[in-house]
Design a protein around this ligand. Structure first.
Ligand code: 13P
Ligand code: SF4
Length: 309
């Protein structure tokens, strides 16, 4: 879909006036991706947020990503198009629950996926994203027990890849990836027998077992573009189709609908729109505000992660 020129021009003008950068996750609507200065997965966007030197970050993704950008930029303004762009994984794990676990099991190292609230990050020892989770778990001394939270599928995948046995895994799930069913993937493969399969590690184990490649959002895109295949079944959010079609216009990409909505879209990511992006640049609201103490404590595990990989 092509966005009306007036709104895109307004956003570009506001961006200049505000000395703002627009960061967008690959799951954003195509017209938002077209206006973004940087498109990336959660690790790349954290790195770009850390390195940013302007005045305003307009974060088009979900709220926990914008919170991470704010922790890395305490003196900059971070705005989001829609404050209600949440994440089912964030909802699956509260800071109170993590504190209760730590009281009972003080010896555990808390490895938290970036898909957590800033309050949970403040309770964590080190963070990870889907791209670096195996390296982060491997960076924890072997003898130390780990609590990996909150994604059960990523946790099981990391346990398998790292061979780590002393690792407990939280029971949270992504409402998009965890509802991809292997029977639909089998049907898609039967329809496109030449196609290879790429999957995000938040998918269930039976889907991951069928995949030729497992990786983060950007890793999937890179692999699809370079893989020796003209057809690929892509088991992740369909927003990635924008970059895939641009980077490999001669290839065919198939998306499999999940069980929830018969699509493969994240309803939280899709709460953002061009109109809301223009509004947040115009008014500098809604703004991400975090208590200084939480911000200071959450920075420690984020920086530990960025130092590892
Ligand atoms: P990435 O780390 O691959 O960007 O994943 C973030 C996410 O929310 C996946 O659903
Ligand atoms: Fe959260 Fe899943 Fe949406 Fe990613 S796709 S933001 S994990 S609900």
């Amino acid at each position: 879909m092509v966005a009306p020129a007036s709104i895109t021009e307004e956003i570009l003008e506001l961006k200049k006036q505000r000395k703002a950068i627009i960061l967008a996750h690959h799951y954003q609507d195509h017209e938002i991706q077209e206006l973004a200065d940087i498109i990336g997965d959660s690790l790349e966007l954290s790195r770009k947020a850390r390195d940013y030197e302007g005045e305003v970050i307009a974060f088009c993704g979900v709220y926990f990503m914008a919170e991470t950008a704010k922790v890395l930029n305490p003196n900059r303004v971070v705005v989001v198009p829609d404050k209600d762009a949440g994440c089912s994984l964030v909802d699956a794990c509260s800071a109170d629950q993590v504190r209760a676990f730590k009281r009972l099991h003080p010896e555990y190292v808390i490895v938290s996926y970036i898909n957590t609230s800033v309050e949970v990050k403040a309770e964590s020892d080190i963070l990870c994203t889907s791209r670096n989770a195996v390296d982060i778990v491997n960076s924890v001394p072997k003898e130390k027990p780990i609590l990996f939270l909150p994604d059960i599928n990523l946790g099981n995948y990391v346990r398998k890849m790292s061979g780590r046995e002393n690792m407990r895994i939280w029971q949270g799930a992504c409402i998009v990836h965890s509802t991809f069913a292997s029977r639909k993937l089998v049907a898609a493969k039967a329809e496109h027998p030449e196609a290879l399969i790429a999957a995000h590690p938040e998918c269930p184990p039976d889907v991951l077992r069928m995949a030729n490649f497992i990786g983060s959002t950007s890793a999937i895109i890179n692999w699809c573009v370079n893989a020796p295949a003209d057809e690929i079944i892509v088991m992740t959010e369909s927003g990635v189709s924008h970059s895939l079609q641009k980077l490999a216009p001669h290839k065919k990409f198939y998306f499999v609908a999940n069980e929830n909505c018969n699509c493969s879209e994240c309803p939280y990511m899709k709460k953002n729109s061009l109109e809301k992006l223009a509004d947040c640049l115009r008014t500098l609201e809604p703004r991400v505000e975090i208590a200084p103490d939480i911000m200071r404590r959450a920075l420690v595990p984020i920086e530990r992660m960025l130092a590892v990989k």
